[in-house]
Design a protein around this ligand. Sequence first.
Ligand code: MG
Length: 278
Amino acid sequence: MEKLIITAAVVGAAPTREQNPNVPYTPAEIAAEALQSWRAGAAAAHIHVRDPETGQPAFERHLFAEVVERIRAESDMLINLTTSGFNIQGPDIDGQRLMPLDLRPDLCSLDVGSLNFRSGRVFINPEAWADRAAREMRQAGVKPEIEAFDLGHIRQAKEMVKRELFAPPPFFQLCLGVPWGAEGTLDALLDMKRRLPSDCQWAAMAVGPTQLPVNTATILLGGHVRVGFEDNVYLSRGVPATCNADFVERIVGLARVLQREPASCAEARQILGIHQGM
Ligand code: MG
């Protein structure tokens, strides 16, 4: 089976130090978590940034730039910057959400469809946003990681594949267990996986206690895996992870037991069709 790309989603927008004191907030802490995950076997880091003082979700360019610079100084890790754009205000929010493209990451997340979050927030991703983001990512030579929280998102992305908005192969991240998207169950994973277009690459993530079973099934099904504080702050019930690398180490061990070798950064770029320095 193809080698396994492990992505560490080291902070996300939701987890707090009240939930787990090891959640990184500053750019230096976020980069250090990514690099420690790389040393443990992760080929990619999915990056959000936080206000270094308050820990609130942030989207300032200089915060992203510092994280990218620190990771690049020490590794060839694939850098995947979020474009989910929490807490953005003002005109041209879509344009602001695409600012991370300027930092020349390997990948950016691309949320094609909208979703109700349990917090009461609606994650708004109209069709016009999805099309514009795909076009600008292709133009910038940045690989989109197509985030699908439900079946309709896959349906929409497949139509975008037909319109050749993505450089081949399209890369999907199946996002499970997030209220109120698809459930974090093996049934939901299989249902989503079955509907993916042929000739794509895919990964899956799942939140909280659904993370480990979905990770395990994904390794067996030939997908790639995402772990980290963005999705789960506990290593097991009641046991907070000390760092993101805890999750990475566990997945590396599990993958080897299941006869799937983790991909190096160069192998991950080859699998995803990413040409460094594009
Ligand atoms: Mg994210």
